[in-house]
Design a protein around this ligand. Sequence first.
Ligand SMILES: *[C@@H]1O[C@H](CO)[C@@H](O)[C@H](O)[C@H]1NC(C)=O
Ligand SMILES: *[C@@H]1O[C@H](CO)[C@@H](O)[C@H](O)[C@H]1NC(C)=O
Ligand SMILES: *[C@@H]1O[C@H](CO)[C@@H](O)[C@H](O)[C@H]1NC(C)=O
Ligand SMILES: *[C@@H]1O[C@H](CO)[C@@H](O)[C@H](O)[C@H]1NC(C)=O
Ligand SMILES: *[C@@H]1O[C@H](CO)[C@@H](O)[C@H](O)[C@H]1NC(C)=O
Ligand SMILES: *[C@@H]1O[C@H](CO)[C@@H](O)[C@H](O)[C@H]1NC(C)=O
Ligand SMILES: *[C@@H]1O[C@H](CO)[C@@H](O)[C@H](O)[C@H]1NC(C)=O
Ligand SMILES: *[C@@H]1O[C@H](CO)[C@@H](O)[C@H](O)[C@H]1NC(C)=O
Length: 315
Amino acid sequence: MNIMRALLGGLLVAPTAAWYVDVHNQIGFMAEKFLNKHATSVIQDILEPQYNGSIGRAAAWADAYAHTHEGRYSYNWHFIDTEDDPPSNCTLNYAEDCSSKGCVVSAIQNQTNILKGCIEDVYNGSLRGGINMICSYALKWVVHFIGDITQPLHASGLALGGNRFNVTFGNITTNLHSVWDGHIVYLDANVTQFSNASIAPFFEKLVSRIYHKDDFVEPRHEWLSCSDPSTPLTCALHWAHESNMWNCRYVYSQIHNNVDLASSGYAVGAFPIVELQISKAALRLGTWLNKLVGEVMFRPRNQKILKNDHISPRL
Ligand SMILES: *[C@@H]1O[C@H](CO)[C@@H](O)[C@H](O)[C@H]1NC(C)=O
Ligand SMILES: *[C@@H]1O[C@H](CO)[C@@H](O)[C@H](O)[C@H]1NC(C)=O
Ligand SMILES: *[C@@H]1O[C@H](CO)[C@@H](O)[C@H](O)[C@H]1NC(C)=O
Ligand SMILES: *[C@@H]1O[C@H](CO)[C@@H](O)[C@H](O)[C@H]1NC(C)=O
Ligand SMILES: *[C@@H]1O[C@H](CO)[C@@H](O)[C@H](O)[C@H]1NC(C)=O
Ligand SMILES: *[C@@H]1O[C@H](CO)[C@@H](O)[C@H](O)[C@H]1NC(C)=O
Ligand SMILES: *[C@@H]1O[C@H](CO)[C@@H](O)[C@H](O)[C@H]1NC(C)=O
Ligand SMILES: *[C@@H]1O[C@H](CO)[C@@H](O)[C@H](O)[C@H]1NC(C)=O
């Protein structure tokens, strides 16, 4: 238990937590670029019609839902509160850190398993037109949480994931969590917000870099070192560990008192990290959904519908 945690431990309500709504939408629109046609078609059957088959449009639902009375139970599924002490100690201990109400790691496991059953339902003809809310929710949660888990402060318990860590950014007082959820991305893209209806140029460029350049601070092949949806707990833990490490490698180690993070060099130093983490989220999400659909398609009784298509993104 560190001092910050002791001071903050008594605070009850955590403010909203997640990549900003529009950033979530954009991660979803990026992921759509990696989906094969089978996954695209299955998604159309699972999502409610209002999303028009777009995981980009559906990607932010989970935050709104967590803030309703009905959806309050899912609030803890958006993060994992580690008990470590960045920047000197970044440690994630699943057994201790995942709350009894769940966490982003257990939620990815649970909803992925539910989603697999839903894909079965699509293939055997019992699910079409987004009529099963358990299935639509499972897909929307998987889409959202594979985004959340790459945000370093969603794998950190210090100061409630940085929500209670006040900072100045571009002359406004905000908190470190918000800075990583959105402010850094907006500054990097030089915009004040992104579309909720289609992919924005900043994210289109990331997709193009993923396909053609592989010039990120970690090589692309490592992003998918764990990406098998039949081991969702292992992969989600791997992803959370990786995000947690950024809190020691950058998020808390490069913070200096009383500077404006937008102009001090902090934000510019964070750009490559944010670009990496967002790109990872999108590629993993597309790959995860392709593989889930592929697993179901390759079951012997489903093979009659199988065509000779790629299951993984063509990179
Ligand atoms: C719904 O998606 C289809 C296929 O992607 C597209 O052609 C159509 O314009 C979309 N409709 C709306 C209302 O966005
Ligand atoms: C790091 O934090 C974890 C979790 O609180 C703790 O178990 C571990 O002993 C700490 N390691 C060091 C080197 O302080
Ligand atoms: C798994 O998801 C179902 C459906 O949303 C939910 O009722 C259940 O509590 C979840 N279980 C865990 C361990 O998260
Ligand atoms: C389709 O598959 C699901 C999941 O395996 C099963 O519960 C359901 O009964 C099946 N429906 C039909 C029509 O075969
Ligand atoms: C952080 O900011 C919030 C909201 O602006 C304020 O209520 C709180 O007192 C500040 N905390 C510290 C430690 O300055
Ligand atoms: C912050 O305020 C200073 C002094 O008023 C001004 O020079 C600077 O341009 C402002 N920066 C931003 C990002 O608004
Ligand atoms: C950022 O956008 C503004 C207007 O939207 C433009 O004037 C400015 O040149 C842009 N800055 C950079 C660094 O691209
Ligand atoms: C998208 O943004 C528009 C304009 O701000 C808004 O009217 C609409 O409700 C938003 N759609 C969703 C799904 O949030």
